[in-house]
Design a protein around this ligand. Structure first.
Ligand SMILES: [Zn+2]
Ligand SMILES: [Zn+2]
Length: 363
């Protein structure tokens, strides 16, 4: 069928074009896309940072309604609404352990944007485009999505607010809940206050953390963090970060999504004994850290990374929807909506920090 899709080429604006979308295969569904969030990963993929073959149809935070089912799909019905999350095979050791972000095939499904068999459901003038990005490619009017990635959505939930559950919100909240397992006695630092960091702040508030320290270099973001639950804020552009964290009594938990070595080192050095730190930000290629190894050993601290907050979308997204319904996950505070045609303006506003989470409305 003919669909409208935003085609990405390196160093060019997105262009909305007519492309051809295949029928869903056995384990796929056809989704009419209602809305899709823009994530930094989409824009990095467009500039070829991850080796995503271009031209491509990107978009990996899609929400929509199922309009056709592949022959083998039994878990969903036509007419149901879904969030499309990241791809995973469902069979490898990480998938069986309910840690699908570490699926053996994650790079193929997600960054390389292809099915396991290597094919793409999208083509243009007879030439295939990368069209299965994160098992969906939902910067488009319609997506052929892998059924494995889908999470059912009730009819009353607003599409523009549900999109970022698929990636950004899930990553920040998951880092706090699934990885750090924050508790009421914890003093947690959140470094970087975009969608991911602000979601971590909200999750820390749900966990009841005694102290939630939000760190950013943008005063507006710190105001947002305070409104969403931060008990203390630190403007890293104005003060010595390490000294400011020490003055606040140090941290038991830290979550970085800046990817900046100097911020990570300051956060790590502020941890108490047995403190735990997790990284979710993309760093410059080849970036490294300088850590005092004797202090690492003697303090019992730990430092690790996470993808998608170690979330299994099929259980974690429903939990996040419960928080949203209870008013504990203020998705409305993150989202700015744009018509699909304004994808380039939305991306530019995100890169300039004028908006936190731009979301495209397709219908
Ligand atoms: Zn797998
Ligand atoms: Zn993402």
């Amino acid at each position: 069928m003919k669909i409208r899709a935003a085609v990405a080429r390196a160093r060019e604006p997105f262009r909305i074009e007519d492309v051809e979308l295949d029928e869903p295969r056995d384990d796929e569904v056809l989704v009419e896309v209602e809305a899709c969030g823009i994530c930094h990963t989409d824009l990095s993929a467009k500039e070829h940072d991850y080796g995503t073959p271009l031209p491509a149809v990107l978009g990996h935070e899609g929400v929509g309604r199922i309009v056709a089912l592949g022959a083998g799909v039994t878990r969903f019905a036509v007419g149901e609404r879904v969030v499309m999350s990241f791809g995973a095979c469902g069979r490898c050791p990480s998938c069986v352990a309910e840690l699908p972000p570490y699926c053996r095939h994650a790079r193929d499904f997600n960054l390389f944007g292809r099915r396991l068999a290597g094919s793409s459901p999208i083509s243009r003038a007879g030439q295939p485009l990368t069209g299965h990005f994160f098992g969906q490619s939902s910067f488009a009017s319609h997506a052929v999505a892998a059924a494995h990635n889908l999470v059912r959505l009730a009819d009353d939930l607003p599409p523009e607010l549900m999109t970022s559950l698929a990636c950004g919100v899930q990553t920040g909240a998951g880092a706090v809940v699934n990885v750090l397992r924050a508790e009421p006695h914890d003093a947690i630092g959140v470094f970087g206050c975009g969608t991911v960091g602000l979601s971590a702040v909200m999750a820390a508030k749900v966990a009841g953390c005694a102290r939630i320290v939000a760190v950013d270099v943008r005063a507006g973001r710190l105001e947002h963090a305070r409104a969403l639950g931060a008990t203390d804020v630190v403007d890293g552009s104005q003060v010595d970060l390490g000294a400011a964290l020490k003055k606040l009594g140090g941290l038991t938990l830290a979550f970085d999504n800046t990817g900046r070595p100097e911020v990570i080192e300051a956060a790590y050095n502020s941890l108490h004994s047995r403190g735990r730190m997790v990284l979710a930000g993309l760093s410059a290629r080849g970036a490294g850290l300088t850590l005092d190894l004797n202090r690492l050993m003697a303090s019992g601290r730990s430092l690790r990374g996470t993808v998608e907050g170690d979330s299994d979308p099929r259980t974690f997204i429903p939990q996040l929807i419960d928080w949203y319904r209870r008013g504990e996950l203020r998705l409305d505070a993150l989202v700015t909506t744009y018509p699909f045609e304004q994808i380039n303006e939305a991306a530019a506003d995100m890169l300039a920090g004028r908006v936190i989470k731009p979301v495209l409305r397709m219908s």
